[in-house]
Ligand binder design. Sequence first.
Ligand code: HEM
Length: 148
Amino acid sequence: MFELIKGLHNLLRWIVVFGGVYALWTSLRGLISGGVWAPTDRRAGLIFTSSLNVQLVLGIVVYLFSPLVRGAFGNMGAAMQDDHLRFFAVEHLVIMLLAVVSAQLGYSLARRAPTDRAKFVRSSIGYLIAALLLVYGIPWGRSLIPWA
Ligand code: HEM
């Protein structure tokens, strides 16, 4: 069961990544071209933030049942000295939480913004920070597809 959920967590990472590229692209395009905020812009943000929220829930489940994390909690002092254990016990979770918050802030503040330009500015900043955190926080050294 754990391997199934971890595999789904691995797979959903691609929806988060492509959703992020799409949302960032539509925002920057609107910002640079001085465009009108359209339903497609809102939808792009919704796909990105929703996939992140589902990935967050899956991540918490993986975290609670991960033998790796359990091992780290068995001796936290030693785990903090180990780059691999420290990454999955602390860093990955913290970086991803910041990415989820940043994308959500970009999306929500854009919806409340008074002008189209302000919508594109806020969404671009939120999605860009989230994208940078994702690139840094995704364990690219792990298998790119699950169950491989
Ligand atoms: C929200 C964006 C997130 C993305 C894109 C992401 C992506 C990934 C990927 C690609 C892996 C490697 C899976 C594999 O080895 O097959 C992974 C592993 C893991 N993730 Fe995430 N993750 C995210 C959020 C989280 C969160 C919020 C948590 C914790 C609350 C979390 C906990 C874990 C753990 C514990 C593992 C390693 C499991 C193990 O090998 O035992 N992830 N994550």
